[in-house]
Design a protein around this ligand. Structure first.
Ligand code: GLU
Length: 447
């Protein structure tokens, strides 16, 4: 049987680093095993699901290169969920309940005050036909609970190892709402069974759902998949990421922070694993290194500073072809590989290339604070054509003529030629600046 995994976000918000890490791990798992990756939109919450969020999810995954082999949308499958619900009702595994949310809250509060776990008491199972008829005549509509077997539920989790739950310690879950809508706990199982999902890899916030869902798989006659529950990412202080979802959305990392897709992938593939975090330029390298057994149970911390440092390391390695589109989008359509290779060692974000483009191709007000020396240097500028050896030849001549060396020689030249104290190697910048500009800047003119 071939491996089939799925990433099943609800399109109720932007994907953030925590969600997309699960997408990546599923994708890497599928690629490593030669299996398939399904994108499933869990959009049965019609009040909160929005088409723009669904589009955002697809855009984010595409940007990262996480292509999907199959696609499903839960809202296309209501007929199928109704069919499964009808069968579960017929077999007595789904039973109607009439408590209002207030009544359920009271029951829970009373159990908790007695120091007992707030497990649903199955009062609805004791209703007679006459009781139900009376409740319905009062205008109450039932929601439907799944009757759990009070037996142990066990599985071997690929991250957590052996997991054990007692069925009797769990509340019978509501699978159908009062308005007839099926809930995630059911729809997810029906989809995983129908779409032959072999491995469910998701966050550890779903561990208790898994105990319940294993029983639902058995009740609907579906093959129970293998489960892996990953610890959820926290921020550097160990807090959940939920408070910072906006700033840690994939869209804002891409559009506001200027993060490269492979920087995010290189970090998220390794965070919380036994592997060191290193820049990788292709997903194939991450596939080769991936092994779910390397995922630890310890809570991984996501640090935006670490991501930015990795982004810089990636940029220092990326060839021009990989950034040409981004440079063009920044208005640098004329940038070429020579320019890129000159400036990339100084970038943390591609957008910073604009500053160096301005230095090499637009008027710069030089910091020409040593005019006599600069005039001597200007007189020694070689004739064009210039290449990578021009800087060495020229400064050699300036050194011989003026007796200056080291910082006294180089810093005034850098400040005059670029208007700054730091930057890419001048050997690379000088041919881009060109003789006409260089001469004017050395003379203190804005050029
Ligand atoms: N839509 C669910 C969520 O986003 C999917 C969980 C699962 O992977 O089963 O939490």
């Amino acid at each position: 049987m071939s491996v089939a995994v799925r990433f099943a976000p609800s399109p109720t918000g932007l994907l953030h680093v925590g969600n997309v890490r699960l997408a990546l791990v599923n994708w890497l798992f599928a690629r490593k095993a030669g299996g398939s990756f399904l994108l499933r939109l869990d959009d049965t919450d019609e009040e909160r699901s929005k088409p723009e969020y669904a589009e955002g999810i697809e855009r984010d995954l595409t940007w990262l290169g996480l292509t999907w082999d199959r696609f499903a949308r839960e809202s296309d499958r209501y007929g199928r969920y109704d069919e499964v619900a009808a069968a579960l009702k017929a077999s007595g595994r789904l039973y109607p309940c009439y408590e209002t949310p207030e009544e359920l809250n009271l029951k829970r509060a009373s159990l908790v005050s007695q120091g007992r776990p707030p497990i649903y008491d199955r009062a609805a199972l004791r209703l007679s036909d006459a009781d139900r008829a009376r409740l319905e005549s009062e205008g109450r509509k039932p929601h439907w609970r799944f009757k759990l077997e009070h037996t142990p539920v066990e599985w071997t989790d690929l991250v957590r190892g052996p997991v054990h739950f007692e069925g009797a310690a769990l509340s019978d879950p509501v699978l159908i709402r009062e308005d007839g809508r099926p809930l995630y706990t059911l729809t997810s199982v029906v989809d995983d069974a129908d779409l032959a999902i072999t491995h469910v890899i998701r966050g550890e916030d779903h561990v208790a759902n898994t105990a319940v869902q294993i029983q639902i798989f058995e009740a609907v006659g579906g093959a129970v998949p293998v489960f892996a529950h990953l610890p959820l990412l926290t921020d550097a202080a160990g807090q959940g990421l939920s408070k910072r979802l906006g700033s840690l959305s994939v869209a804002s990392l891409r559009e506001e922070e200027g993060i490269e897709p492979m920087a995010l992938a290189s970090l998220l593939a390794k965070l919380g694993t036994s592997d060191a975090i290193e820049p990788r330029l292709t997903l194939d390298e991450l596939v080769a290194e991936f092994d779910i057994a390397k995922v630890s149970r310890a809570t991984p911390k996501f640090d935006p500073e670490e991501l930015l440092r990795l982004n810089a390391r990636i940029l220092h390695l990326l060839p021009f072809e990989r950034v040409a589109g981004e440079l063009a989008a920044l208005g640098l359509a004329d940038a070429d590989a020579v320019f890129w290779e000159a400036v990339r060692p100084n970038l943390s974000r591609v957008a910073e290339a604009r500053d160096w483009w301005a230095v090499t191709h637009a008027p710069v007000a030089p910091a020409a604070d040593d005019p006599a020396f600069l005039a001597e240097a200007a007189a020694l500028l070689p004739e064009e054509p210039w290449d990578l050896s021009t800087w060495g030849t020229w400064t050699g001549a300036v050194k011989a003529k003026t007796g200056r060396k080291g910082k006294d020689l180089f810093l005034p030249l850098r400040r005059a030629l670029t208007g700054r104290d730091h930057g890419p190697e001048l050997k690379n910048l000088l041919p881009l600046i060109g003789r006409t500009r260089a001469q004017k800047r050395l003379a203190g003119e804005t050029a």
